[in-house]
Design a protein around this ligand. Structure first.
Ligand SMILES: *[C@@H]1O[C@H](CO)[C@@H](O)[C@H](O)[C@H]1NC(C)=O
Ligand SMILES: *[C@@H]1O[C@H](CO)[C@@H](O)[C@H](O)[C@H]1NC(C)=O
Ligand SMILES: *[C@@H]1O[C@H](CO)[C@@H](O)[C@H](O)[C@H]1NC(C)=O
Length: 354
């Protein structure tokens, strides 16, 4: 017979543990691991989805179609975060739910970026889904009020930013709006950074046009308001990450607010990312701080940026290795209309950190 040891923690201890936990508002990113075959088309499915707080599960039950789009958004966040930080010591691998690491729970600069990107991505995905017809409760965004310039006319289907922002913030801010979750400072920080993400999204609504006219002469252009790609918004947020402001939670007037720590007394700006805890340098592995370390990471010997072997390897040095890459080469164009290529192998030298 097997016996299972169940530790009995006093109830008061458990309550204290719950209260002292930082607010985790991005557990829903665990949705990125939902298998593509798992279609959410029954309200019972909402119970099976990981990481949802009650208000999010409620939204799932009342709007199943939207949930499918939100799962897609979680995948986009993970992919885009890791691509955007592929050249940095912190490479966003901790986003891989369910093993959330402390770097995203403690209120660091890295969590500021992830919250901003998550908020932007969810609204971005919903706004686009309105346009493509994946969501039945919304459609194209409004046609702009102003009269277009000569040679231009409004047409096409605008991305529905308004609907995206409304439903996206309802879902992604829900954990921070709960009464009994985490510290007030953490919640304020996450809400602020989420709003910075949504502002970056608003700034990414640009005019997109298509040419018409005799044989592509482009005498008439049909234009609409469309969102830039998420990777561009992520680059914008990465710039904000690099210049993020450290804040403290301090009384201002009648309430406690986040204010910049070092700089003169000024309120936090609407377009700056803020963080409460300093990050480690991510050079060495430290599970407690959520650092994977950079051992065995690939570095670039000729770069002078953050992916250079000097910076990436933190001065520990690096090991070269060679890799065979297969490329298309000696391509020939055949009339009409195809191209044939040969395959060539080439040896390239690469480097990994010691
Ligand atoms: C729900 O999704 C499952 C799995 O993709 C599918 O087999 C089933 O036909 C769907 N049911 C409805 C009512 O659309
Ligand atoms: C990020 O870095 C860690 C540790 O160095 C590595 O194991 C992981 O594969 C990297 N992740 C990505 C997505 O590159
Ligand atoms: C290394 O960095 C240089 C300069 O930034 C760049 O041109 C090159 O493509 C990079 N190599 C790799 C393998 O990423």
């Amino acid at each position: 017979m097997e016996s299972v040891f169940i530790p009995r923690l006093p109830l008061t201890f458990l309550i204290l543990l719950l209260l002292s936990q930082p607010c985790s508002g991005i557990k829903w990113l665990a949705l990125s691991q939902t298998p593509p075959s798992q279609h959410v088309n029954k309200t019972q499915h909402c119970k099976l989805l990981p990481g949802l707080v009650s208000a999010q599960a409620q939204l799932c039950r009342t709007n199943l179609e939207l949930m499918q789009t939100i799962i897609q958004a979680a995948r986009e966040v993970k992919k885009t975060c890791q691509k955007t930080f592929a050249d940095m010591r912190w490479n966003c691998s901790s986003i891989d739910a369910p093993k959330y690491l402390p770097d995203l729970e403690r209120g660091t600069r890295e969590s500021a970026f992830v919250y901003a990107l998550s908020a932007a991505a969810i609204s971005h995905t919903i706004a686009r889904a309105c346009t493509t017809g994946d969501l039945r409760l919304c459609s194209c965004g409004p046609i702009p009020g102003e009269i277009p310039e000569p040679g231009y006319r409004w047409g096409g289907c605008a991305d529905n930013l308004h609907y995206g922002l409304m439903m996206g913030s309802k879902f992604s801010d829900a954990p921070m709006k709960m009464k009994k979750s985490g510290s007030h400072a953490n919640k304020l920080m996450h809400l602020h950074n989420s709003e910075v993400g949504r502002q970056a999204l608003r700034d990414a609504l640009v005019m997109k046009c298509k040419c018409h006219g005799v044989s592509g002469s482009c005498s008439i252009r049909t234009c609409w308001r469309g969102l830039q790609d998420l990777k561009d918004i992520a680059m914008d947020l990465k710039t904000k990450y690099l210049s993020a402001t450290k804040v403290v939670h301090r009384p201002m007037g009648t309430r406690k607010q986040l204010v910049p720590k070092d700089i003169d007394i000024r309120p936090v700006r609407e377009n700056e990312l803020v963080y409460l805890q300093s990050s480690p340098d991510f050079c060495a592995k430290n599970d407690k701080l959520g650092s994977f370390g950079t051992q065995d990471r690939q570095c670039n010997k000729t770069s002078s940026g953050s992916d250079s072997c000097d910076l990436m390897c933190c001065g520990r040095g690096y090991n070269p290795y060679t890799e065979q890459v297969v490329e298309r080469c000696h391509c020939k164009y055949h009339w009409c209309c195809y191209v044939t290529c040969k395959k060539c192998e080439r040896t390239v030298e690469r480097y990994v950190c010691k």
